[in-house]
Ligand binder design. Sequence first.
Ligand SMILES: [Zn+2]
Length: 327
Amino acid sequence: MKKRKKRKKFRLKSSFKRFLAYAAVILILIIYGTISISNNIKEIKYHESFEYKINSIGYSLEDTKKMIEILPEKSLQEIVDANEVNEIYPNIIKQKYFLLKNYDEYVEYKTLNKNTSYEDVIAIVNVMANKGWYSQSFESNIEDGYSMIVNKFYYLKPEYERTDLVNIALSYAYADNKAASIVVEEYYKMWQDVKEELNVHLMVNSSYRSYEDQEEIYNSFKTISLKYADSYAARPGYSEHQTGLALDITSLEHKGQNEFKESEEYAWLKKNCYKYGFILRFPEGKESITGYNNESWHFRYVGNEVAKKIHDENITLDEYYAFYIKK
Ligand SMILES: [Zn+2]
């Protein structure tokens, strides 16, 4: 009896061991199966992801990841649907002044204007220049203070006039010139430094102009043609001179605008005016962004901080406004 029991016990023990072995094998199979199923699911999922789809069109993984990070699903789907590499997509999103809200317009503009640099495409679209001058109009926001924008899209109402306009003294300007008090104050400092460094006398030709003054100028140009008027004068309400923050400057030594442009005082102003809160408002090479030919005489007060930023980043007020204020 004892022996049988023992044997039975032994049999039980060994069948239990066998059971354990089977169970272990089954368990391993289950675990392995689960892992491989989940890997398969992962793989299927990855094949459905934008990362896989865009990367496999031929975009680098880095570009692919950047596009996924920045662009909305709708735009990613368009890239997938196009099914061939278009360098515009990854290049446009890498630009410093890229604004997501303008993405479709950048792509459209660059597609139609292949020779325009990415930098310029971004700037042109940001300032709305792609829409055509005067094609849209918005009232300028006076709350923006010295950074306020007046250009071919932003206007001032006819009755707008600053309350802090002061006369510019006759040694510094021709008769009947006035501007915002801080502008005059800073201009005097700049005048003094130009006088000390170059022994040249700056002169303001034109400064604050009312809506009616501008209307008169514009209409006189318009007698030649509308195109002529729009090329050489701002439409009434759209002139920066109405802000009281703009000064047209030449010098006693170089009175004509063309000779002033060649002068050392112009070079000095271009280099140093930001230290007094001014910017050259319509620089060379930025015509397609400002809508104006280079005006070597037209300086705009924006305050020291903004002037420095515009100077350091080599942008225009229009670009600054679009990117840093309006966004
Ligand atoms: Zn001017």
